[in-house]
Ligand binder design. Structure first.
Ligand code: LLP
Length: 426
């Protein structure tokens, strides 16, 4: 569900016409819907109402200060993976005491920064990291709260680059070795055992892998509660979103083979809450994409049309430096014209950017609206892992970001200038 709809033939975000937003701020331009983020937070929170739970939004999905501020206002905690993300949460008015720090490569410097801000928990991914944390905390005469990230060895059935819970992934500690690590942690003077954590992957479109992983880790969590008095179990993030409406509307063959509708917070809760409630632990969730994925679009202008030997190309002013998901994960993003009438005729085409790489495409051989030069199109579902993965490759300034809240459209990050590109160079 989201707040991007055609009204009077024009694509709107909430109350704002995206044609005029693009004309005012230029393209490429990221546009986010504040009410979509709020709705998603509240819907997930409500689905879990029967469970003692807390949502810790995964900052990596979209770390714009205004997006973080929206979530902080709703009472969200934050899943962070770097000192930089903690800095952003603090600047956005988020509470460091609601932050969990994940990641396999935390540096001593980042650990110190997080300890100074008294974060809720460090999610430990190795014994070496645990020992360093104990040392740094000792040097500060502090005690560091920890959870061990368990790798449950479950196939999340998602793209291999975003699957994290299998034995061959770099993440977490093998669940069979977990007790030993907790035993070791309990002997360290500057460590407080506080919880247990897992995260099996991202963009999961069925609930089964979550169920499998939860069932695997619940007995361990119960034992850790008895032995180490842990207070929480974080089940990670990973709830997938609908990128391709054809999949969700029954128009595709793929869809017909699927028995279930797309993964919703309600299905997720129905399956998981009864399995988690008996534990009597606080349950943390770390959703990123679910919260913001469908709350953003990337607006881009068509520069040229080009007929290749075998293909039609639409060259647009956004590139893989602005949105790398299609190039990196074969990610599907719908591409629709901002003026609906541009969609009256269809064409099979590749939508490509200006970057000097053949991987610089937003779609290939797709049937889409036959838009032309100067038309503005929206690349949909670009709220998560889109701006946060942008770069300055080919020395292209990063786009501006606009947050729409009802009828108000606010620039929440200005467009980079050419001077910004070289500002750090000596
Ligand atoms: N918790 C942990 C420990 C994570 O590693 C992640 C995501 C999340 C939570 C949030 O997962 P989500 O709810 O957003 O699925 N760039 C990729 C996705 C990478 C996900 C990394 N970890 C993409 O564009 O698909």
């Amino acid at each position: 569900m989201h707040h991007f709809h055609y009204r009077n033939g024009q694509l709107h975000c909430e109350e704002r016409n995206l044609q005029s937003v693009a004309e005012e701020h230029g393209t490429p331009l990221y546009v986010y819907s504040a009410n979509t983020v709020r709705d998603h937070y509240r819907r997930l929170d409500a689905a879990l109402a029967g469970l003692d739970h807390h949502i810790a939004y995964a900052v990596k999905a979209n770390s714009n200060l205004s997006v973080l501020g929206l979530l902080a206002d709703l009472g969200s905690g934050f899943d962070i993976v770097s000192g930089g993300e903690l800095f952003r949460v603090i600047k956005a008015g988020g509470d460091p005491k609601l932050c969990s720090f994940a990641g396999v490569g935390k540096t001593a410097h980042e650990i110190k920064f997080a300890l100074e801000h008294k974060i809720y928990c460090f999610n430990i991914e190795s014994v070496a990291e645990l020992d360093l944390l104990n040392e740094v905390a000792g040097s500060m005469r502090a005690v560091a709260p920890i959870a061990v990230r368990i790798n449950p060895n479950v196939d999340a059935k998602t793209h291999e680059y975003i699957s994290t819970g299998k034995a061959e992934n770099k993440f977490g500690v093998d669940y069979l070795a977990a007790e030993e690590v907790y035993q070791h942690a309990s002997t360290l003077p500057h460590i407080l055992v506080r919880g247990v954590q897992m995260h099996i992957g991202s963009q999961l479109t069925t609930v089964d892998p979550f169920v499998e992983a939860v069932e695997r880790v619940v007995p361990l969590a119960a034992e850790l509660k008895a032995r180490h008095n842990i207070e929480f179990f974080s089940i990670g993030g990973g709830i997938g979103i609908v990128y391709d409406p054809a999949l969700a509307s029954g128009q595709s063959e793929w869809w017909e083979q699927q028995a279930e509708p797309p993964l919703s917070p309600e299905i997720y809760a129905t399956e998981l809450v009864p399995r988690l409630t008996p534990l009597g632990l606080k349950i943390l969730l770390e959703p990123g994409r679910y919260m913001v994925g469908n709350a953003g679009v990337l607006l881009t202008t068509c520069l040229y049309e080009k007929k290749g030997h075998a293909k039609n190309f639409k060259v647009v002013d956004a590139g893989m430096s602005d949105l790398i998901r299609p190039a990196l994960y074969q990610g599907h993003h719908e591409i629709v014209p901002v003026r609906e009438s541009a969609g009256d005729s269809q064409i099979k085409a590749d939508v490509v950017g200006p970057i000097c790489e053949s991987g610089d495409f937003f779609c290939q051989d797709r049937d889409l609206a036959d838009f032309h030069a100067d038309h503005i199109v929206a690349i949909m579902s670009a709220g998560a892992y889109s701006f946060t993965m942008a770069s300055n490759y080919n020395s292209r300034p990063m786009p501006a970001e606009v947050l729409i809240d009802g009828a108000e459209a606010r620039v929440v990050r200005r467009r980079q200038t050419l001077d910004d590109l070289i500002a750090l160079e000596l």
